[in-house]
Design a protein around this ligand. Structure first.
Ligand code: C2R
Length: 181
């Protein structure tokens, strides 16, 4: 898995780090990390160091089920699940939890530009929702913000950080506009 600054929950030599965090970022492959880095960084900007795992509903179905079964008791409040191609990861996790699941469809270069992942993530049957973001980097970043918005419902500290974030974003656009004049 590519190096990154977040604390990973990995299975190496049968050792599993027991890190806990309110947000988990799960991706179907380490090849998704180049895009999902922006999600992890955005969470970091809000002071959240997420649990990060590579888990595949297709390739490691037992681990996906085990992760979902233990997510709530491990302190996770929101799950972000990102995958490309026939992206069943978010839906498979949503099937097993009552926690909110945010799906990020990715363009993994299969020739369909991420539309494959978008449709497989968004078109969930009634009763098993996945809050689906835009394809790729924008969706990855928005997934982080949306997760914080969910946490902010019960945490005024996050509400304040979100208000600051919006204000900062607004000021950046106003500054760019002024620079054109
Ligand atoms: P590789 O690059 O490892 O071949 O993966 C991954 O998210 C990745 O975008 C290619 C793509 O397959 C996706 N993948 C899924 C699932 N597991 C892996 N869609 C799943 O369980 O849905």
């Amino acid at each position: 898995m590519p190096n990154n600054n977040c604390n990973l929950l990995t299975r190496e030599n049968n050792m599993v780090s027991e890190k806990t965090a309110p947000v988990a970022v799960i991706m179907g492959s380490d090849s998704d990390m180049k895009v999902m880095k922006s999600c992890i960084e955005q969470l970091g900007d809000f002071g959240i160091e997420p649990v990060v795992r590579v888990i595949s509903a297709h390739r490691t179905p037992e681990i996906a089920a085990e992760f979902a079964q233990k997510a709530a008791e491990n302190g996770i409040k929101v799950i972000i699940a990102a995958a490309g191609m026939a992206a069943h990861l978010a839906g498979a996790l949503a099937a097993k939890v009552t926690l909110p699941v945010i799906g990020v469809p990715l363009d993994s270069g299969g020739g369909l530009g991420g539309m494959d992942a978008l449709l497989s993530t968004v078109q969930m049957p009634p009763g098993v929702p996945v809050a689906t973001m835009a394809i790729g980097k924008a969706g990855a970043k928005n997934a982080a913000i949306f997760a914080v918005q969910i946490l902010a419902l019960a945490d005024a500290g996050f509400s304040e950080k979100l208000a600051d974030f919006k204000q900062d974003q607004k000021q950046k656009v106003i500054k760019k506009d002024a620079e054109l004049k």
